[in-house]
Design a protein around this ligand. Structure first.
Ligand SMILES: Nc1ncnc2c1ncn2[C@@H]1O[C@H](COP(=O)(O)OP(=O)(O)OP(=O)(O)O)[C@@H](O)[C@H]1O
Length: 355
């Protein structure tokens, strides 16, 4: 039997499509194409894609600012995509929005920015004050309550943005590039705040981003968008340890993990030079992260494998290692090595060749 409301998905996108009609007689623009994603209570899901992939359109479909051309969007049990404007406005209260450029009113203090949605909803003054004090405490800005946005750092402004988004007790926090305007340290602090809010308030969080590092830091699941379509989705660990789509791989290559040294990167070619070496990235996961697999392959196949760089870290609580190695680039040896790596359930990717 289906349990109480918390057990049902908080957001369901069912085969959602959005085509923008052309201004003239040309073809329409397909911004979102047959997207199906479901989010449970307390989950953090990262939606990642390059510029133009359809992320902003997806955000506007989820918060009811756009109507899908096909499919349905359900938020907290309400089919938001079939509501009229008034109904959509009401349903939107279940969704708190956090923006890249904070969208604070410069003429209002931190406290008054946070109070704004409650004032608009007509809440009594004493209730608003109590709630604003609570939220200032939650985001660590009690001392900054009377400062104006111009007197706050980027990270502090985003804390105000998050507190404002939480004011009306939403079920979902929709973060649209929430850390893209922040430096890496501040990004880290804001992501920690989001993770804590999720824990304490059991909130569902959608992170729309073009940065894999953001997703890696706190998302439970990842959805990769390209040209409006979902090209890959899975747990963060699955996506990082065994990315299937080339676009996902190229997102990952911009991330930490073992990096290709400049000296090799500058010489890397996609053509196989005679007697050249192949440069291979190997991804180790789980218990294998601690096993001497490469020395075993070296022994069994009797080939020289040279480690160029390596890193072991933890993603989603599991060991995750990347190694960049060079091996003899002739087809037979290279195929033998990559097949042996894959037999060990590791992921091997040939990055190119060096002479
Ligand atoms: N109102 C609109 N009318 C026509 N085309 C649109 C409209 N909004 C978006 N598009 C088109 O839809 C596609 C997806 O755009 P969208 O803004 O959703 O992508 P995005 O992933 O958010 O990109 P970015 O990261 O650059 O904001 C693009 O080709 C864009 O030009």
């Amino acid at each position: 039997m289906l349990g109480p409301a918390e057990n049902r998905p908080v957001i369901v996108l069912d085969r959602v499509g959005k085509t923008f009609s052309p201004r003239d007689k040309g073809e329409g623009v397909i911004a979102v194409d047959d997207v199906s994603v479901s989010l449970s209570a307390g989950e953090i899901v990262g939606i990642i894609g390059r510029s133009g992939a359809g992320k902003s359109t997806l955000v506007r479909l989820i918060n009811g600012l756009e109507t899908p051309t096909s499919g349905t969007v359900t938020v907290d049990g309400v089919a938001i995509s079939s509501l009229d404007e008034r109904g959509a406005r009401q349903a939107r209260r279940a969704i708190g929005m956090v923006f890249q450029h904070f969208n604070l009113l410069s003429s209002r203090t931190a406290a008054d920015n946070i109070a704004l949605p409650l004032e608009i909803a007509g809440r009594p003054k004493d209730e608003i004050k109590k709630r604003v004090d609570e939220l200032l405490g939650l985001v660590g800005l009690t001392a900054e309550r009377d400062r104006y946005p111009s007197e706050l750092s980027g990270g502090q402004k985003q804390r105000v943005g998050i507190a404002r988004a939480l004011a009306a007790n939403p079920k979902v926090l929709l973060c649209d590039e929430a850390t893209s305007a922040l430096d890496p340290d501040t990004t880290h602090q804001i992501l920690e705040l989001l993770a804590r809010i999720r824990r304490e308030l059991k909130l569902t969080i959608i992170l729309i981003t073009h940065e894999m590092a953001v997703v890696k830091a706190i998302a439970d699941r990842v959805v990769v968008l390209e040209r409006g379509r979902v090209i890959e989705q899975g747990t963060t660990f699955e996506i990082f340890s065994a990315p299937k789509h080339p676009t996902t791989r190229s997102f990952l290559s911009t991330l930490g993990g073992a990096q290709l040294p400049e000296t090799i990167a500058a010489r890397l070619t996609q053509e196989r030079p005679p007697n050249g070496q192949a440069v291979v990235r190997v991804i180790f996961t789980g218990p294998q992260a601690n096993q001497p697999v490469l020395s075993r392959i070296t022994r069994v196949l009797n080939v020289d494998i040279t480690i160029v760089s390596g890193q072991v870290e933890t993603i989603g609580g599991k060991g995750f290692g990347t190694l960049i190695v060079t091996v003899p680039g002739d087809e037979v040896t290279l195929n033998g090595v990559t097949a042996a790596i894959q037999r060990l359930d590791l992921n091997a990717e040939v990055l190119g060749y060096v002479a």
